[in-house]
Design a protein around this ligand. Structure first.
Ligand SMILES: C[S@@+](CC[C@H](N)C(=O)[O-])C[C@H]1O[C@@H](n2cnc3c(N)ncnc32)[C@H](O)[C@@H]1O
Length: 225
C-alpha cells in the first residue's frame, strides 16, 4: 500500500487502501442523475478510478458506453460487459476521446500536487473537444464534520477523523460497518478551496463550466479556450 494509506478487513485492498469486497457491495447513489444533467446518454464515457463498477453498472444501464479504468486488477474483476483498462490514471494514454471523462471519488484531492496535475492532464487528453470533464470534490465542511455517519447499503460509512498533517494535507480515517463485516481505511487528502481548484484546472488546460450540485461537490469542466 502507498505510504500514508492503509486498510483492514476481509479480502484484497487497492494501493490507496480501498477494500475490494466493500466496494463490490456498495450501492450506486445519485451519480447517474448528476452525470446525466451535464451530458445525457447516449454518450461515450471514460470512468477513471472505476473500482468494482459501483457506478459503472448503473451508467451502462442508463445508456452510456463506458470504459472503466483502475489500477487494481482485483477491482476490475468485478466489472463485466464493459471495456476495462488496468492502468494508473496518470499513465493512461488511450487512442480514443470521450464525450464524458469522470474523475470521481475525490481523486482530485491527491496529496501530491504533481499527481493531481497528472490526473487532470489525463482528463484533458482524453476528452472530446466539445466534451465534459466531471470532477467530484470534497464538500465545504468535509474535514470539519467528523465524526459523521452515512448510510451505505445495509451498512454504515463512518468518517472517524481528519487530522491536519501541517503540510496542507490531511490524514482521514473511515470505517464501514456491516452486519457481517467491518472495514477500515486511512487515506490522504489535500483540501482545495474553489480558487485553488480552478487554478489546478487552469494548469491542466481545463476550465470550470459550472457546479452541478448546490454544495459545489460536482464540477462540470471543459477544455480551456
Ligand atoms: C474510493 S474507490 C472508488 C471506486 C469507484 N469510483 C466508486 O465510487 O465506487 C477509488 C478507486 O480508485 C482507484 N485509484 C485510486 N487512485 C488511482 C490512480 N492513480 N490510478 C488508477 N486508479 C486509482 C483505486 O484503485 C480504487 O479502486
Amino acid at each position: 500500500m502507498k505510504d500514508g494509506y492503509d486498510g483492514t478487513g476481509p479480502g484484497e485492498f487497492t494501493p490507496d487502501g480501498c477494500a475490494v469486497d466493500l466496494y463490490a457491495r456498495l450501492p450506486v447513489r445519485d451519480e447517474p442523475e448528476i452525470i446525466a444533467a451535464a451530458q445525457p446518454p447516449p454518450a461515450t464515457l471514460l470512468e477513471l478510478g472505476a473500482g468494482a463498477g459501483r457506478v459503472t453498472r448503473a451508467l451502462t444501464t442508463w445508456g452510456y458506453e463506458v470504459t472503466a479504468v483502475d489500477e487494481s486488477p482485483e477491482m476490475l474483476e468485478h466489472i463485466t460487459d464493459v471495456r476495462t483498462v488496468c492502468s494508473s490514471i496518470e499513465d493512461l494514454d488511450l487512442p480514443d476521446r470521450y464525450d464524458v471523462v469522470l474523475l470521481s471519488s475525490f481523486l482530485v484531492h491527491a496529496p501530491d500536487p504533481a499527481v493531481r496535475a497528472a490526473l487532470l492532464d489525463t482528463c484533458r487528453r482524453h476528452v472530446n473537444p466539445g466534451g465534459v470533464v466531471l470532477i467530484q470534490r470534497e464538500g465545504r465542511d468535509w474535514h470539519e464534520r467528523v465524526p459523521r455517519d452515512s448510510k451505505a447499503g445495509d451498512g454504515i460509512a463512518r468518517a472517524l477523523s481528519s487530522d491536519d498533517l501541517g503540510d496542507g494535507t490531511r490524514s482521514i480515517r473511515f470505517e464501514y460497518v456491516f452486519p457481517d463485516a467491518t472495514w477500515t481505511q486511512v487515506f490522504r487528502s489535500r483540501p482545495l478551496t474553489p480558487e485553488q481548484f480552478e487554478e489546478a484546472l487552469s494548469g491542466a488546460g481545463l476550465v470550470l463550466d459550472r457546479y452541478l450540485t448546490p454544495d459545489g461537490i460536482w464540477a462540470c469542466c471543459r477544455v480551456a479556450g
